[in-house]
Design a protein around this ligand. Structure first.
Ligand code: FES
Length: 116
């Protein structure tokens, strides 16, 4: 495993990931509440560049006829067919057996490193 330093923390705004190429892999790096996360830029459904999808929220569990929205900024919606994934884990919201590959992230002296 190698840490690939890809960006400075100042380069990544919440809701606006950067997409970088590292050793032949396309990776999206996200910021959520001052923490950083990295996802492989490949949707497990049909191969879309998932990290080009909108960063959104989602409907939360609620009572019948009540609609509650939350988790704004924690979900990425695939640009091709709309599947939604947790940015922090890569898990699909509709099926936790489906996931986008995620990578560990480290921050050292303000530099963001993706580990793989
Ligand atoms: S390719 Fe992502 S939902 Fe279909």
């Amino acid at each position: 495993m190698t840490t690939h330093f890809v960006a400075h923390v100042d380069q990544i705004e919440e809701g606006k990931p950067i997409i970088i190429e590292v050793q032949g892999r396309s990776v999206g790096v996200y910021s959520i509440n001052g923490e950083y996360y990295a996802l492989h830029n490949y949707c497990p459904h049909a191969g879309a560049p998932i990290c080009k999808g909108l960063v959104v929220g989602t409907a939360l569990p609620s009572e019948v006829y009540e609609y509650e929205f939350g988790r704004l900024g924690e979900i990425v919606r695939c640009p091709w067919h709309g599947w939604e994934f947790e940015i922090k884990t890569g898990l699909a919201l509709h099926d936790p057996n489906v996931r986008v590959k995620s990578y560990p992230v480290v921050v050292e002296n303000g530099e963001i490193g993706v580990v793989f």
